[in-house]
Write a protein that binds this ligand. Structure first.
Ligand code: HEC
Length: 143
């Protein structure tokens, strides 16, 4: 039963988030163990943190910044969470195209990482389940 209720709460949280504007929720970053990134706007985090490189439409910049839009890389959720937490330099292949650049580690809370990746997974032509704070915590614990 828990397995069904939890995703529903996540989806409801995102619905509430997107329907009530983000400014009032921005400063309310929760550090509790909740699995829902309900009070952080992934769109805000993306626009503040990722947009300069990955661009507003997620398409990146050819040969320099890989796309997060319809990227085959993000099918691996653990790798994707690690990418944001730790950054990466060196060779990386997205949709058959090789990149060799540097992404600095992103200094974000677990809630912000969950929210921004949930935003990435549900925009830019992507379709992936929301990323939970617990998922991010679990990946961070392995670093
Ligand atoms: C300073 C530029 C820069 C910023 C800021 C940045 N990235 Fe990246 N990102 C890169 C580069 C460059 C790579 C490829 C790294 C390599 O070549 O090894 C990359 C790779 C990735 C990848 C894996 C490849 C792909 O495109 O699917 C993901 C996912 C990603 N970034 C997400 C994010 C998210 C989410 C943020 C914001 C929280 C972010 N990045 C911020 C430059 C950046």
């Amino acid at each position: 039963m828990k397995k069904i209720i939890l995703p529903s709460i996540v989806i409801l949280g995102i619905f509430i988030l997107t329907s009530c504007g983000s400014d009032s929720t921005k400063n309310n970053t929760s550090t509790t163990t909740t699995t829902v990134a309900a009070n952080v706007s992934g769109e805000d985090v993306y626009k503040r943190t990722c947009v300069a490189c990955h661009q507003p439409n997620g398409a990146g910049i050819p040969n320099t910044f890989p796309p997060v839009a319809q990227s085959d890389f993000i099918a691996d959720r653990e790798k994707t969470i690690t990418q944001v937490i730790k950054g990466k330099s060196g060779e990386l292949v997205v949709n058959g195209v090789k990149y060799n650049n540097v992404m600095p580690p992103q200094n974000l809370t677990d809630a912000e990482v969950a929210a921004v990746l949930t935003y990435v997974y549900s925009n830019f032509g992507n379709s992936g389940a929301p990323v939970t704070i617990d998922e991010v915590k679990a990946v961070r614990a392995k670093q």
